[in-house]
Design a protein around this ligand. Structure first.
Ligand SMILES: [Zn+2]
Length: 201
């Protein structure tokens, strides 16, 4: 079941007060259209009734895919909830894969990884490698604390070469694509890449 709240909120642009509906839980098996909204980033945003500009609500979100037994949670606070932890454990016992993320882009990345039937731990190890390399190269050019963001995009299935494709940026205005050939993975990683069930408790 999907859960949402309706609140009265002022538009951050023009201050007009209005009703805003935002989701706390989306069940994308029962409501597949909500998955589209999560992927396009429109789930918890609406156009202001007055100025027509975008209002986005930043809140925690639980993404629930019953069909593939996936549960991803966007956490915006460190609050611990014992009853919720118990419920989560029940899901994990039933073979659910649970992941905690801290932003919407990370949530979208998780969805893409599992939509491609890939093991997110292997993908993450590649993404960490690329990030370390990019951060290092940036440091060599100039003294800086700027770090790269690296997100999985897709898997490219060429005739001979399969590649993991990532998009990387240190600033959202300069997005570039990086490809990592699957043959460069270690033997174990190659074996694990297409094994998702090993991630299930
Ligand atoms: Zn407005």
């Amino acid at each position: 079941m999907s859960l949402f709240k309706v609140i009265q909120e002022n538009c951050p642009h023009c201050n007009a007060i209005q009703e805003i509906k935002y989701y706390q839980t989306v069940n994308v098996t029962l409501e597949p259209n909500l998955k589209e909204e999560v992927l396009s980033g429109t789930l918890n945003s609406k156009k202001c009734t007055n100025c027509r500009k975008e209002i986005t609500i930043f809140s925690g979100l639980l993404y629930h895919d019953m069909e593939n037994r996936l549960m991803f949670e966007v956490k915006v606070s460190d609050e611990q909830d014992e009853r919720k932890a118990e419920t989560l454990n029940e899901f994990k016992k039933n073979g659910y894969i649970y992941r905690e993320v801290h932003s919407y882009p990370e949530l979208v990345e998780k969805i893409h990884i599992f939509d491609n039937k890939l093991n997110d731990q292997v993908v993450e190890s590649v993404s960490n490698k690329l990030k370390a390399m990019l951060d290092e190269s940036l440091k060599q050019v100039k003294e800086t604390d700027i770090e790269f963001n690296v997100f999985f995009k897709k898997i490219e299935k060429g005739l001979f070469k399969k590649k993991l494709v990532f998009f990387c940026f240190s600033h959202p205005s300069q997005i570039m694509e990086m490809k990592y050939e699957i043959k460069n993975l270690s033997a174990n990683e190659r074996k694990d890449l297409y094994t998702i069930d090993s991630l299930r408790g």
